[in-house]
Design a protein around this ligand. Sequence first.
Ligand code: TMP
Ligand code: ASP
Length: 238
Amino acid sequence: MTKGELLYEGKAKKLYATDDPALCIMEYKDELTAFNALKKATMAGKGKLNNLVSSKIFEHLSALGFPTHFIRRLDELNQLVKRVTIVPLELVVRNLTTGSICKRLGVQEGMRLPRPLVEFYLKNDALGDPLVLEDHALLFGWATEEELKQMKKLALDVNKALSELFEKLNIFLVDFKLEFGKDRDGNLVIADEVSPDTCRLWDRTSGDRLDKDRFRKDMGNVLEAYEEIWRRLEEMKA
Ligand code: TMP
Ligand code: ASP
């Protein structure tokens, strides 16, 4: 499979066409950004680690029967994925309060929620990906009622599956972001990536942050944390 036209370049990945109109190649970059790209850095090896971690997680989700865009990892930086139209919404699932929810609502940090919370954000860099209501999505045509219902159910099911997976690695899945795409037949699939860039992952014993918060908050050892996530996932085998 060879790369064709560059279809899209985001903050952490590039998407290329292939000679098969139903498939794309997704290439991971070494760039790290935070706060809607106000903060930027390049870390050699970050792309490779996110490719490894996300491939492993998508393989796990596919094996559990979740619909995803993922086909296979091609090499260090590239994955073969289904070509989809991205739904312009990001779903964030939270099991514990931290990050933007504390700033936005003034709620206490580190509160374990009685049940997982699902939030919808509009994918729009110019607006800084604002929080939106399901009714906004419906009325402005970003998704149908059925799609919202399906995405919310998938997000909660993924939360359960990944919380269990990470628990085996002695990691608490604090929160994460999911994106969805629609394939040629209009089916919703989980798209983009699931990696330490898009999740908060805390060691259950030490409380160590093993995710992009190390970069956001200048905590140091960013790559070491990503490596630790990969090491534990790889060790787990199957
Ligand atoms: P937040 O607390 O900053 O809203 O982040 C919630 C979760 O979503 C966290 O695991 C990081 C992830 N996330 C992304 O993957 N991309 C984003 O652009 C943002 C803002 C958060
Ligand atoms: N991904 C977003 C950015 O690049 C925000 C974040 O993850 O903190 O700015």
